[in-house]
Design a protein around this ligand. Structure first.
Ligand SMILES: [Zn+2]
Length: 406
């Protein structure tokens, strides 16, 4: 089977994950897909094909050289986003894209247009796989799965390309933040790995946010408003002051690149009590820590004015994988060279969020992220370029070759 056919085959499986089920995998469709992939990997005669009860599927392409070469892995996730249905995906190939709006659904007037999605202009002349407007596509991350399988099959057909032991890992529930959760890094047994879960061609990511949440609780004192003078403390108004004391421009809607922020994600209040929920994000560890201290400082400041009224609970959520990648920067060099050898210009950029790879890196498996080729993830406008998928496949093959060359 060719790469495109593999991909079109995989998107038929409804593998939408669900954060509310408290199961692993969170939905049965993911296990069905895992079992299907397992039989596929067995048909390819891969070794150590194993699917555990949590839906983690591992397999090995054995080394074809005598020398000791680091074991490396390629990882992709099987689930699709809870944001949009992945049931009965009905993909269509737009050959030799001409740069004009693409009608996804005539009846519902759903159009994928370069006016709204200017990045479409980068794909003129390429072949795009799009949806029928009713579902997402699932290129995130079935493109990654198809690319890994195709690369392995390519290496099997080309024994002249020398490589060490290659491990494959397909995991459930990335989209609900639990993909790395039950990933058995020891059993995977790799020196380092790459997630094939990035977007457009050239993407290479090894930095993500440091992340924490802060819950600020402000207690007020309610008194009949007619008799409230010098007695009432309106916690909503105190909260309003608190909000205003944080830097006004350090919010998601005013920041980009490496700029961090405080993001007020929730507010619930009455005169008696108001709760503010923030998320705090920064790539830089020192600035991240000082953001947390700033929140604590404002809590103390508020308490000076209204003694004992204000408290905060700060919880770390995830950390920037950069500190785990820096000691092994050669794995970034390898990925960059693999891209250049495939005719792809690497575009290193910080992730303004978290990734499974970050969690895996902190579990002892350094794991940068490489493009899978899709765009507009998690919705009906998702599409993937066949040429980008082929390049991603080539990058995987090149990485295997370069690691064995060193
Ligand atoms: Zn993904």
């Amino acid at each position: 089977m060719k790469l495109t056919e593999r991909f079109l085959d995989f998107v038929k499986f409804d593998t939408q994950s669900d954060e509310l089920t408290n199961m692993t995998p969170s939905t049965p469709g993911q296990m069905e897909f895992a079992q299907y992939l397992k039989s596929l990997l067995e048909q390819m005669n891969l070794e150590d094909v194993s699917l555990d009860q949590n839906g983690y599927l591992f397999a090995t392409l054995p080394s074809n050289i005598d020398r000791e070469v680091p074991t490396i892995g390629f990882i992709a996730h099987m689930d699709t986003s809870p944001d949009m249905s992945g049931r009965r995906v009905n993909p269509r190939i737009v050959k030799n894209y001409d740069g004009e709006p693409i009608v996804l659904n005539q009846e519902k007037k759903i159009i994928l247009s370069p006016e709204e999605f200017p990045e479409l202009k980068n794909y003129i002349g390429q072949d795009l796989i799009v949806t029928d407007g009713n579902t997402l596509l699932g290129a995130d991350d079935k493109a990654g799965i198809a690319e890994i399988i195709d690369a392995v099959s390519y290496l099997q057909e080309h024994p002249e390309i020398k490589h060490g032991k290659i491990r494959i890992g397909f995991n459930p529930d990335e989209e609900i933040g639990l993909g790395a959760h039950k990933f058995d890094v020891e059993r995977f047994g790799c020196e380092f790995a790459y997630t094939m879960d990035g977007g457009a061609i050239g993407e290479l990511e090894f930095e993500n946010f440091n992340a924490a949440s802060a819950k600020v609780v402000i207690k007020g004192r309610n008194v009949h408003p007619g008799y409230a003078k010098h007695k009432m403390i309106n916690s909503i108004r105190v909260a309003n002051n608190f909000i205003a004391m944080l830097p006004r421009w350090e919010t998601p809607e005013h920041t980009e690149g490496y700029e961090g922020f405080y993001h007020l994600v929730g507010i619930e209040g009455s005169v008696e009590q108001t709760t503010l929920t923030y998320i705090i994000r920064d790539h830089d560890r020192k600035r991240f820590e000082s953001r947390k201290r700033e929140i604590e400082h404002l809590v103390r400041k508020t308490n000076m004015e209204y003694p004992g009224c204000c408290s905060v609970e700060i919880k770390d959520q995830y950390a920037n994988m950069r500190e785990k990648i820096e000691p092994v920067m050669h794995i970034i060099d390898i990925a960059e060279q693999a891209m250049r050898d495939a005719g792809v210009e690497p575009r290193v950029q910080p992730i303004r969020g978290g990734t499974d790879g970050a969690q895996l890196s902190f579990k002892g498996l350094p794991c940068p992220n490489i493009f899978a080729g899709g765009e507009n993830f998690h919705g009906r406008y998702e599409f993937v370029s066949i040429q980008s998928m082929q390049k991603a496949r080539d990058v995987i093959v090149n990485i295997c070759r370069i690691v064995a060359d060193k």
